[in-house]
Design a protein around this ligand. Structure first.
Ligand SMILES: C[S@@+](CC[C@H](N)C(=O)[O-])C[C@H]1O[C@@H](n2cnc3c(N)ncnc32)[C@H](O)[C@@H]1O
Length: 223
């Protein structure tokens, strides 16, 4: 089975021998790929929805992996058995939902997190910085007209000093083309936001902040 670019980027962050809990697994494409390719000896595929979980079970059975992949109906990590889990993957969800799932779980510190927010990635990085996680790696993925980031984070216990700039750039290497595209898109968003705020004359201070972030990002790209 082949993964799309986005899930493939998540899979690249999983070390051999890891036991993954894939939260919001939908069809269980990621756990099936990881176990089938001998990267994970076993995995947990969890989802809050009965429909997606049924789709996951069907796919797991199709690949003869029922012994190695446990399908669990769960809101976030609430019903997931933490024993032996080394990596938590949360992909394809909004940043706010990802933060809610992480906040509600008491055992995330012991795991490597692989997170792929579809929206509000700044919120996710803020959560990580405030809760003693370090972004050890992050990359941008261009898939057709979409651009995503995927990050890997580990708990160090050190709380990082950060501002809006750090929340936007995270662990991205700004010398790489896809990462530069991602930041250019962000610059556009901050500039549009500043323009909208100035036009409405409601929040000039916020507009100024947005403009400053956009400028800082441009500088970081060397533009
Ligand atoms: C767009 S799909 C993403 C599927 C897959 N992870 C991917 O990245 O391709 C989002 C999935 O997350 C599930 N989901 C949403 N909120 C959840 C929560 N709080 N706990 C577990 N699963 C959740 C949905 O039911 C849905 O199956």
């Amino acid at each position: 089975m082949k993964l799309d670019l986005r899930l493939s980027a998540c899979a690249d962050y999983i070390e051999k021998g890891a036991v993954v809990a894939d939260v919001g697994t939908d069809h269980a494409y990621l756990p099936v790929f990881l176990v089938e390719n001998g990267i994970c000896p076993r995995a947990i595929a969890s989802d809050i929805g009965t429909g997606p979980l049924e789709a996951a079970k069907k796919n797991i059975t199709k690949h003869n992996l029922s012994e190695k992949i446990e399908a669990v109906l769960s809101d976030g990590l609430k019903n997931v058995n933490k024993d032996g889990v080394t990596h938590i993957v949360i992909a394809g969800m909004g940043g706010e939902t990802i933060c809610d799932i992480l906040s509600a779980c008491e055992w995330i510190n012991g795991c490597t997190l692989v997170l792929q927010p579809m929206t509000r990635s700044e919120l996710v990085r803020e959560f990580l910085f405030e809760n003693g996680f370090e972004i050890s790696s992050e990359k941008a993925i261009i898939d057709g007209k979409f651009i995503y980031t995927v990050l890997k984070a580990v708990y160090t216990g050190n709380k990082k000093e950060f501002g809006q700039f750090e929340k936007v750039v995270g662990g991205l290497d700004l010398t790489l083309p896809a990462e530069r595209e991602y930041i250019k898109k962000k610059i556009g968003q901050y500039e549009a936001s500043a323009f909208g705020k100035l036009k409405s004359k409601l929040s000039c201070e916020e507009a100024q902040n947005d403009k400053e972030i956009a400028e800082k990002l441009r500088k970081a790209l060397g533009e």
